[in-house]
Design a protein. Structure first.
Length: 328
């Protein structure tokens, strides 16, 4: 059953000031193949920008080699509510930028509010990696976490592109008949690679543009010469049924992957992905406990500004309350 919640409180002064800052006009990028230098600059700029966002003080950030991908890290609250349950977090960034480090403003505040440790997983980025390699990576991270914490209830969470990978991971677990997470939290998830701005509504999203969505579609679908494993080396990918890009659309969301898993989806009423997220919510199976929160005045992944904006703090608090109810 889908429970819909609308948060329509007028935006705070802090929110309006930040939005005006983010909306300073910049040249609209023309979607085109990204040469290595341009892509490197883009990733560096995003790291620098994200490093200015506040990290909650009541956490310890520890790099880890226990997860499959370099760059993964633990976010541990200094006052944990549970030493057993754990969150696997998948960062956003349009599949081409970002890392666990750039998601710390979300993961640190979520760890404090929920009292849960967070394993923030790195994964290979496009265009160097294909979509099936990204999904394979996050699947390995999920399996590794379950091996590390065999008695833990694992929560799956992610924002934007990380939300897409979380949904793709759920599909893979259903296909393989593997244990699914105890709950799922998605912040402004990309639910289809065909997402486009909704021309029927006037949307001003300072965090996402149609050009960015075009770049996402280009990078994750660009054909690439397959790499060959060394003789005698293990296969690069697990033996999943089929090798096509998992094109997750509202029409293909199945009860097999969502049924029975408590799911929270938060999105902003002023974000480009609003329509595709709403369509996704419409397809949620009736027998899955699903909560869909529309934050009417918010833009894409406003949760990144936790510690700066009351609206971001409130969204993190709402997600934490959902997890307390889901985990009991």
């Amino acid at each position: 059953m889908v429970e819909r919640r609308v948060h329509g409180v007028p935006p705070s002064d802090e929110f309006l000031r930040l939005r005006r800052t983010l909306e300073v006009p910049t040249p609209t990028p023309t979607p085109m193949p990204s040469p290595p230098t341009q892509l490197g600059d883009e990733r560096w700029s995003f790291r620098v920008w994200a490093a200015r966002l506040p990290v909650a003080r009541e956490v310890v950030v520890e790099p880890t080699t226990e997860m499959p991908e370099p760059g993964s890290e633990w976010i541990r609250p200094t006052r944990p509510a549970s030493r057993r349950d754990v969150i696997l977090y998948l960062h956003g960034g349009g599949f081409r930028v970002g890392s666990p480090a750039t998601a710390r403003s979300i993961t640190s505040h979520l760890a404090v509010a929920s009292g849960l440790e967070i394993a923030s997983a790195a994964y290979p980025l496009a265009p160097e990696a294909t979509m099936d390699e990204m999904v394979a990576s996050v699947t390995r991270s999920y399996r590794a976490l379950r091996t590390l914490r065999p008695d833990a209830r694992v929560v799956l969470a992610g924002d934007s592109a990380g939300g897409y990978l979380a949904l793709a991971l759920l599909d893979q677990l259903a296909l393989q008949g593997e244990p699914r997470p105890a709950a799922v939290v998605l912040f402004c998830p990309l639910t289809t690679l065909d997402a486009r701005a909704d021309e029927r509504r006037e949307v001003r999203d300072p965090m996402l543009s149609e050009a960015m969505l075009t770049s996402v579609r280009r990078d994750v679908r660009r054909p690439r010469r397959p790499r060959q494993a060394r003789p005698g080396a293990p296969a690069l990918l697990p033996p999943w049924p089929g090798r096509a890009v998992p094109r997750r659309t509202a029409a293909t969301v199945g009860a097999a992957s969502l049924s029975g898993v408590p799911l929270l989806v938060q999105y902003g009423g002023h974000e480009l992905l609003a329509s595709s997220i709403e369509a996704f919510a419409e397809q949620a199976p009736d027998h899955a406990p699903v909560v869909v929160e529309e934050w009417r005045h918010a833009f894409h992944v406003w949760q990144l500004f936790a510690g700066l904006l009351p609206e971001s703090d409130a969204a993190i608090a709402s997600a934490s309350a959902f997890l307390r109810d889901a985990l009991g």
